[in-house]
Design a protein around this ligand. Structure first.
Ligand code: GLP
Length: 239
């Protein structure tokens, strides 16, 4: 696992963009994509670039349960707005949060990923170490499933909704085991709210209480940080 410190979130996002370009140049076809505030600058860079995804597949990590793909706070809408409407892909996949048939939805999503193995996975991280929506306690071999969101995640994500009551309490999320199958993983973490979870990750302590620590089991992970997220580990980084 490589921890890379940048002078700003913008500089780290630029690096993520360059890694995507490099992967594409080397033949990557399928990109695992994340939502949240963290990748917004990366998506802005992609939108204004000349990168062409028309032969690529996009597979998103997660979606809120109960939100129709047309709901403004759905991750489906987030992806349309931030990337897909400007940069069309050959096909894009996001779990359907309005499908009540959990077994069918999760099995279908695993099949999509099996058919299109992810070459490069972009990740953010929750303040409690979640990746996708895999909350603390999730087994590291988990597959795509229906997950209950923790109170801290609901708190953290309420800023995107009019009120806390509107934040869904469940989501469909790619599993940790599914994420670990990606060939290459880039995790972005920005801002002081991520400093403690990044310090925990850096410590090398592998525990299901910190879902991101599963990434220590993967051979090709880059963690791109801004100075605030790197607050507690800055002195220990060489770059
Ligand atoms: C959300 C998403 C994650 C994201 C994380 C951080 O709940 N499910 O994929 O990485 O929480 O969000 P943000 O980037 O807004 O801090």
């Amino acid at each position: 696992m490589h921890f890379l410190l940048f002078e700003s979130a913008q500089a780290a996002s630029q690096k993520a963009y360059e890694l995507i370009q490099e992967a594409k140049f080397q033949g990557a076809q399928t990109f695992g994509l994340a939502t949240g505030g963290t990748p917004e600058q990366l998506y802005a860079i992609l939108r204004s670039s000349d990168i062409d995804f028309s032969d690529s597949y996009a597979i998103n990590l997660d979606e809120y349960i109960g939100l129709d793909p047309t709901h403004p706070q759905s991750y489906a809408q987030y992806m349309q707005k931030n990337l897909f409407s400007t940069k069309p892909f050959k096909a894009t996949y996001i779990p359907n949060g309005s499908n009540p048939d959990v077994a069918a939805e999760t099995a279908a999503y695993e099949k999509i990923i099996e058919d299109h193995p992810i070459d490069l996975q972009i990740l953010g991280i929750g303040t409690n170490g979640h990746i996708g929506f895999n909350e603390p306690g999730t087994p590291f071999d988990s597959k795509t499933s229906l997950v209950d969101l923790t109170a801290s995640t609901i708190q953290a994500n309420k800023r995107y909704f009019e009120s806390e009551e509107e934040v869904p309490t469940q989501a469909y999320s790619m599993g940790i085991g599914t994420i670990l199958k990606a060939k290459k993983i880039i995790l972005l973490a920005f801002g002081s709210s991520k400093a403690q979870t990044i310090a925990d990750l850096f410590s090398g302590n592998i525990t299901i209480d910190n879902p991101a620590s599963a990434l220590h089991h993967h051979h090709d992970v880059s963690i791109l940080l801004d100075p605030e997220a790197a607050l507690y580990i800055k002195d220990k980084l060489k770059n």
